[in-house]
Design a protein around this ligand. Sequence first.
Ligand SMILES: [Zn+2]
Length: 275
Amino acid sequence: MPELPDVEIFRRYLNATALHQEIETVRVHHDRVLKGVSKATLQRRLKGQELDQTSRHGKHLFAALSKKGWLMLHFGMTGFLRYFQVEDKKPGHVRMELLFTNGYRLAYDCQRMLGQVSLVKDPYTFAEKEKLGPDALEGLDFDTFRTAVSGRRGSIKSTLMNQEVVAGIGNIYSDEILFQARLHPAILANTLKDKDFENLYQCMDRVWKESIDAGADPEAMPDDFLLPHRSEEESCPRCRGPVKKIKISGRSGYYCPRCQKKDRGQRTDDSKKQS
Ligand SMILES: [Zn+2]
């Protein structure tokens, strides 16, 4: 499922391909992805406009229309963008596409159709309306992060995944951030100490930087990332112990029981021994 780094890569892709070109027509192949806008309205509002700039908040991508308003794209479980010219480059599950006057198209592909295409006033108003927390990358300072997370009941993993707390973290990247921070996913958010938050914040920062640098491609990520080893068949890239699966808030997460101990005292002792 596309999370913050994936959507940031989509944003950069859109910037590098589809900006400042006149939209000739819009094809909607499946209405189910449209949210709060009809096919006819989307087509009428986009025709003759250009995408001027982009913005991202959490897992939502926004493209400013040259006249007024923003196109909003959410990628659900399986969504992505493809810019192409010839039909054989068209991906297999295109739900909506913008056709530009230069002969190129921007396709929104979303196989499972859990994503959304909409027209919104602006990203800020949208985030407020949807009660999205601060974006987990852009302008999230340490104090805001600590305040947002520390007052929450529930596990640290489910708290990080809660879009009202911080926006952009899902199942996969919450696992990665917690693995890097050596925190067990089931630790309660409101039991974390200041140094845990500092550690968590720094690890999150590094995870964003490295994953975006890697183009959000698991194969291109650093050797000490858990992300390419999300299976109980795999071993921990740090201690070589077995990777374990854990169910939290209905999602299957992965962690290393040796590196991410639930007993806080034990974890501290272990990290002392190893350092
Ligand atoms: Zn380990």
